[in-house]
Design a binder for this molecule. Sequence first.
Ligand SMILES: *Cc1c(COP(=O)(O)O)cnc(C)c1O
Length: 364
Amino acid sequence: MKTLYNFSAGPSVLPAEALKKAQESLSDYGGSGMSVMEMSHRSKEFDEIIKNTEALFRSVLAIPDNYSVLFLQGGATLQFAMVPMNLLARSGKADYVITGNFANNAYKEALLFGKDISVAWTGKSENFSRIPEQGELTLDPAADYVHICVNNTIFGTKWQYVPETGNVPIVADMSSCILSEPVDVSKYGLIYAGAQKNIAPAGLTLVIIRNDLLGDPLPGTPTMLNYRTMAENGSMKNTPPCWPIYISMLVLEWIRDMGGLEVMRNRNEEKARVLYDYLDKTDFYRTDVNPRDRSIMNVTFKTANEDLDAKFIAESKAQGMSNLKGHRSVGGMRASVYNAMPVEGVAYLVEFMKKFEKENGGRV
Ligand SMILES: *Cc1c(COP(=O)(O)O)cnc(C)c1O
């Protein structure tokens, strides 16, 4: 059966409306006779696209004027290095809150650049099933920044509050929750996100950085890895990832036309509620995430054993639901329900879960 609903954690489902527009302009953008993939990034057409995309990010996310919006490459993973390279020159100290795999990878990468990189808290001994409370964080007021991963894609947890860090800027990996709900950008020094979860196809990395944090990189930082280079050149020091920038423009227009991030949040909370309400009622499936810290983007759950999990994944696929397998490091199942997943997709999944439970010995 072909895919009806794609629950992939990333690259992931995109709004059908945006894909349709992309298809219509695939070989002829706006009467130019060229695809966006074929035109010069210095052309009038592309200049309009990139400026419009930045303006849409600014309005949809309510980004204050003292922040730069950068379109980079290398994925969120390259930001694990770019962040310390650009922000660690003052004191050489940074605090990392380890709430999962990606947060840990960011921490390990920072160790390449500084001797004073500290773990402010780690959830490793609890299998990353929760987010720390403010009082559990060990923060150094002299640090150059505090790094957090807001939504933990693999484990299905999410920060429900912005930690208090005094004057120390917060650097936030928002790869899997950007654009899912309104964010107070002014609470962060830097926000980054790989595009392929909730923005666009892979190949684009969004960075939102407060302007006073630009321009003081570690000695030896390559020109192209210096945020200031990209800020001063409108992200066009070299050829930018034109196609994913264009698709992100279409996705942002879709979000704007749907009513913006308040509407996205309501939709996403509704979708997550349908899933968690069911998970709370059944004891056939279990979810290990601390209820308070549940992600509304990535919902993780398991049956009683691995064989049953494998059966679930195979049968769900046969029913038109793709990519429900959990990350290889944790097993079980994961339903990624990003912006473009319709409410009907989640209802369809829950109906299947009920049927599977009944057929496999659950007490429905
Ligand atoms: C997917 C993901 C990453 C890695 O992103 P790449 O763009 O593949 O480098 C990092 N952090 C989080 C939270 C993610 O979900």
